[in-house]
Write a protein that binds this ligand. Structure first.
Ligand code: FO1
Length: 352
């Protein structure tokens, strides 16, 4: 059996632990198509948070509490960077983690595409599933927020690493043009997702997410093929707005899923109206989706109605959820340990 999982974020990485264990039980192969919208360039390095969360989590190197970065991490370089006043100080790169970014950046600069770099890094970690970036091309999630003085000030914008962590959209002029062009009127600013997520904890007045580069981005080699050959496609209980949507925004991926032969089953990231962790509620509010299993199920939509889902696995608290033309099943959805996650995966695959 071939299982494809669309995934991103820390919840998605944890879900993959269960998918891998289930696949080992039934003798299935797993391909994870991982979000790259969180990626950023920092201190000259390419950082891929979602690919690294999956690689470290499945490879046994992730810090279980944080969910990102390495276990047993030290922060000497981070402190040294702060001593130089090197911006941005709000995004911490651990010493062990830095080695990953150095190897990745060196390989990318040598011309290797991201999917081959990911494969090379995974050789060390042996995640037990194939990791594919959704695309090798530039795709960055930016967030349109109400402009704030410190964000738009030239000093902040001119600092190299800050600008590298933000898009060319971030320059006030460009942003205002972009915002104005979008009929949002002036006074709005595009900032990189990580700045919104880590520096501001999603607490800024936020208008929308933009997946910069999505139209031109192509699925990484192997992505549409894996989806076409899959026996089941699972949508992990990741953040729908900023982890799953940017995967589907890559031209060709959504079509591959909706027109492919494999049944598509999603797992709700919302239990009883609240996200299990992270800030999915904040993100769903930005896109105007109710923070509920029903809201997210409707966001993904029924395949029969042009959406994605054949099945939607919800928590027992949400057993009454109805999504027209989608099979809804209830099961315990808290990934308290691997066995609990395996049970979720089994329930999802059996729906398919
Ligand atoms: N999240 C934070 O809240 N603070 C950080 O300083 C931080 C650093 C960081 C470094 C590397 C990495 O791969 C992830 C990091 N994250 C940090 C988490 C990251 O923002 C999120 O894991 C994803 O982007 C959201 O899924």
């Amino acid at each position: 059996m071939r299982i494809v999982v669309l995934t991103g974020g820390i919840g998605g990485a944890r879900f993959l632990l269960g998918v891998r264990a289930y696949a080992q039980e039934v003798g299935a192969e797993v391909t994870a198509v991982v979000n790259v919208g969180d990626d950023l360039r920092l201190h000259g390095l390419r950082v891929c948070p979602d690919l690294d969360s999956v690689m470290y989590t499945l490879g046994g190197g992730a810090d279980p509490e944080r969910g990102w970065g390495r276990t047993g991490e030290t922060w000497t370089v981070k402190d040294e960077l702060a001593a130089y006043g090197a911006e941005p100080g709000w995004f911490g790169l651990g010493d062990k983690d830095l080695a990953t970014h150095l190897v990745r950046t060196t390989m990318l600069d040598a011309g290797y595409p991201l999917h081959q770099v990911t494969e090379a890094l995974a050789t060390r970690w042996q995640p037990g599933v194939r990791l594919l970036p959704a695309t090798n091309d530039r795709l960055e999630t930016h967030v349109i927020v109400s402009a704030r003085s410190e964000l738009a000030s030239p000093a902040a914008t001119n600092n190299a690493s800050t600008v590298s962590a933000r898009s060319e959209l971030a320059s006030p002029a460009a942003t205002n043009n972009a915002a104005a062009a979008d009929g949002f009127g002036g006074g709005q600013q595009a900032i990189h997702f990580q700045e919104w997520w880590v520096r501001h904890r999603a607490q800024l007045p936020t208008h929308r997410f933009v997946f910069v580069g999505a139209e031109a981005a192509k699925p990484a080699p192997g992505v549409t093929e894996a989806i076409a050959e899959a026996d089941v496609v699972l949508i992990a209980p990741s953040n729908p707005a900023v982890s799953i949507t940017p995967i589907l925004a890559v031209a060709g991926v959504r079509e591959a899923v909706t027109t492919g032969p494999a049944p598509v089953v999603g797992v709700s990231p919302i239990i009883g109206g609240a996200p299990v962790r992270g800030m999915a509620d904040r993100c769903l509010a930005v896109v105007g989706v109710e923070c509920s299993a029903a809201g997210v199920g409707q966001l993904y939509g029924a395949r029969a109605a042009g959406g994605l889902l054949d099945g939607w696995l919800v928590a027992e608290e949400d057993a009454q959820t109805v999504i027209p033309q989608v099979t809804v099943r209830a099961a315990p959805l808290r990934m308290t340990d691997e066995a609990a996650t395996v049970a979720m995966v089994r329930a999802a695959v059996e729906m398919a």
